[in-house]
Design a binder for this molecule. Sequence first.
Ligand code: FE2
Length: 277
Amino acid sequence: MPNPRTVTNITDAQHTKEGAGVFIWRSIGKQDLPELDPFLLLDSFGTDNPDDYIAGFPDHPHRGFETVTYMIEGSMRHKDSTGAEGLLGPGSIQWMTAGKGIVHSEMPEQKEGKMQGFQLWVNLPAADKMCEPRYQNIDPKDVPVVTTDDGAVIRVLTGTANGVTGPVTGISVDPVYIDIAMKSGSTHTQPITPGHTTFVYAFEGSIEVAGTTVGINQLALLSDGDEVTLTSQNTGRAILISGAPIGEPIARYGPFVMNTKEEISQAINDFQSGSFL
Ligand code: FE2
């Protein structure tokens, strides 16, 4: 017998500033939801006012976790301390495992027009926190799109939906990350591993998650279970994200996320002495 998940809580994202002055909507990583193990942060950005994004995210470090950028519209140029550089265009995803440390920048590659997307931070278990940094840069053409008979359009970034598996692989918390666009009458039932933390974040219109309406810039947290059913009465678009909780202590200081205060001090020392890549 299936054990459907239900919505246990809905939280409104908070409008705030990040980077050098980019306006974002933060749902995970705010005061009343500091983390959602294994997820540390979720920012949604979406604006057609260049003043809200033009400052970008100049050089900054990360250690101990993963940053995931998914672009819906617009383009960001990514550069890092290993010399790697790339353009993140509409529909692309970058899964960056910062591991023992990286310094990077993400700057808009446009001076006008709409910029929309997400940044998700995913924690690493203690055993993987100091791994070698690694990237998975996925072009939109490599993201499979499933269209159901009733009109749901599902982009599978990682994990499996409707028998199709996404291109991002080998991630510690065994994540699912899908983007679901629905029109009136669309239905999608997503299998989810029991015990995995799972949420849905709506960014266009509204979506019914197990019968509960989730509107723009709302995050719905799900109960445990092995599947969830999404429907739409009008049109809506949302991301569904799931991952295995890590269950370890979190010591967090800005862009460093470790297990102990001592490891944070070490990260600050290593960064200041220039021993990041
Ligand atoms: Fe970053």
